[in-house]
Design a protein. Structure first.
Length: 242
């Protein structure tokens, strides 16, 4: 009977852990779902998330199970003072060192991803100048006369470099299915890159509170096949500069 209760408590803790994890592992089909990557930068972010999620889920199961087990197994049955373990150096060292090592591992993995996400693998690829202003995004292509507003057209399967500025206050560029966030700061040009694995429309928005119209500051990235992108580009008025 005692063994049965112990197993029941252990299974209950596992169920609690899975109840937390399953919604996250479920298919993320939202149009701004960061766990539904559509390009290499977003894929790296998604992979890192799952690398962190798996040990985090195990910690929830183990710690939750230990708490539930201890609450039932060692519940007070009389007025006797329970055995004290304060000052147990081995235990205190263990539960300090293990979390520290886990956090340092996560930090190391995160830092290792930063160069890939920020440094373009092909700086000679097309550079598009992205401007943020309340409350819209605009884009200047090399060789085109005028800026494009609201929709960014890129060739699918190719690296596209983005040079991001702000014309007023701080904004933040975010198209989750293509990559991470990057602030648009007045007087500072920041750089990132995107690559859409397949043609399609990918959605994003400003993620920095920038004023009363912040909620309407959305952006659509349309990835066209290289041939269709060239056809679109050929129709635009020429004569501008990057």
């Amino acid at each position: 009977m005692k063994l049965f209760k112990t197993l029941l408590l252990a299974l209950s803790s596992v169920a609690v852990g899975l109840a937390v994890a399953i919604p996250v592992f479920a298919d993320d089909s939202h149009e701004q779902g960061s766990l539904n990557p559509a390009g290499p930068p977003a894929q790296h972010i998604s992979d890192l998330f799952y690398i962190v999620l798996i040990p985090a889920t195990l910690v929830i199961i183990l710690v939750g199970g230990a708490i539930v087990y201890a609450a039932f197994r060692f519940r007070r049955r009389d007025d006797a003072m329970p055995r004290q373990i304060g000052g147990n150096n081995a235990l205190e060292f263990t539960w300090t060192l293990v979390p520290a090592l886990i956090l340092l591992s996560i930090l190391g993995l995160s830092i290792a991803q930063m160069p890939f996400l920020r440094q373009s693998p092909d700086d000679s690829a097309m550079h598009i100048h992205v401007f943020a202003q309340r409350f819209a995004w605009s884009f200047r292509y090399p060789g085109l006369k005028s800026e494009q507003f609201g929709t960014l057209y890129i060739p699918a399967g190719q690296v596209v470099n983005l040079d991001i500025d702000s014309r007023d206050v701080i904004h933040s560029w975010s198209v989750p299915r293509l990559g991470g966030r990057l602030d648009a700061v007045p007087g500072m040009r920041n750089h990132t890159w995107v690559e859409a694995s397949a043609p399609g429309s990918y959605y994003g928005q400003c993620t920095e509170l920038c004023g009363v119209g912040h909620a309407t500051m959305t952006v659509t990235v349309v990835a066209l096949s290289p041939a269709n992108f060239q056809a679109w580009y050929a129709k635009q008025p020429k004569g501008g500069s990057s």
